[in-house]
Every structure is written in C-alpha cells, then in structure tokens.
Write a protein that binds this ligand. Structure first.
Ligand code: SIN
Ligand code: FE2
Length: 202
C-alpha cells in the first residue's frame, strides 16, 4: 500500500490523492447516488437536526434519530441504498484492501455554516478495518485528538481531493469539522463541501 505523505494524530494523510479530473468524475457519480437516495438532515439523539445533510451508498447507510446512531439497510424513504460507485471502491482498493470492500459509503454535504462536532466512529462491528475519508469541494478545518473525550487535539486543512485514513490507533480517535470556508474550491457549482467516508460495518 502507498505510504502516506504525513500522519496526523495517527491518521494517514494522502493530500491530493485525486486529481481534478478524478474529483469531477466522482462528483458525477455522487449526483446519481443523491438522485436515488436524496440528502436528509438526521436528528441527533437529542432531537435536533444535524447541520450536515447526509445520504449513503452500499449495503448499509448511517442513520440517526431519537433512538440513537446506527446503520440501516434503507433510505428513510424506504428504498434500498444505491450501490457504492466503482470509482469510490477503487480508492479503497488502492489504499486499504483488495479482499474486503466497504459496506457503507456515507456522503456528508456541508452547506453554509455546517460543521460536525467531535465524535468517534464506533457504530461498526470490527474496528480492525479503517475508515477512509475523501474530501471534495471547499476547504475544511478537520480536528482530531485521541480516544478520550476532552483530550488534546490538532487540526489540519482538508482540501478537495485529499484522502485521510483513520486506522490502527487512530481508528477510534475523536474527530470533527470546525468549519468549511466558502469559495475555496470551484468543484461544486453551488459551493459547499462533500465528504465521503467508507466503512466496513459488520
Ligand atoms: C465524519 O466524521 O463523518 C466526517 C468527517 C469529514 O467531514 O471530514
Ligand atoms: Fe466521523
């Protein structure tokens, strides 16, 4: 597997993994995913809508409401999630594994003012598999710490085309998005940021 250019709190950072053409092709794939499974704002377990809008592709989609965080096999409209685009799986094959494909590609859309508080990704059955993240569109300030809430954190700018892998000791690291800077990328005609995270669920 290719060596990362840098490690941030144990996460493998591959800046510029996708070139401009690769990013544009991926946006085309995601338009089809969102047409089949429209973005929605999940409710937190406390009943507040998240500022990030989401949908998923794959056997499972990530979901949240008053009953808590979990994976579900259908979009809230009742339809199955569309398949994970081949181009997305190719990134996983290059950087994670040829043997096991992810079950879920969570698609997060950050419009004006959207952010994501510090959290752990821990709704999956096997933390031996990493979570691979792909950033598209506007620049975002990503924050990452250790496995204890309230510990020391550091931040890195994630730009369009960057890949970050939370694996090994960083698999359960607290992480979040402080802010997205409008107008920093021309990839999405109406602006904003898309983040994909690939997860092995069960
Ligand atoms: C996430 O933690 O689910 C998203 C991280 C990101 O938007 O970069
Ligand atoms: Fe996360």
């Amino acid at each position: 597997m290719p060596e990362p250019a840098a490690t941030i709190s144990g996460a493998a950072f591959h800046p510029g993994w996708l070139d401009a053409a690769g990013q544009a092709a991926l946006v085309g794939d995601l338009r089809a995913v969102i047409a089949a499974a429209p973005l929605f704002a999940p409710l937190t377990p406390w009943g507040k809508p998240m500022s990030v809008r989401m949908t998923s592709a794959g056997r499972y989609g990530w979901y949240s409401d008053r009953r808590g965080y979990r994976y579900v096999d259908r979009h809230p409209a009742g339809t199955p999630w569309p398949p994970i685009p081949e181009r997305v799986l190719a990134i996983w094959r290059s950087l994670v594994s040829l043997d096991r494909m992810p079950d879920c590609c969570l698609v997060n859309f950050y419009g004006d003012g959207a952010r994501m508080g510090l959290h752990q990704d821990r709704d999956e059955a096997d933390f031996g598999w990493p979570v691979l993240s792909v950033s598209l569109g506007d620049d975002a300030r990503f924050r990452i710490g250790g496995t204890e809430r309230g510990g020391k954190t550091e931040s890195v700018w994630l730009r369009s085309g960057d890949v970050l892998i939370l694996g090994g000791a960083a698999r359960l690291a607290y992480h979040g998005i402080d802010r997205v800077v409008p107008g920093t990328s021309a990839l999405l005609p109406r602006g904003g940021r898309v983040n994909l995270t690939l997860r092995v669920v069960d």
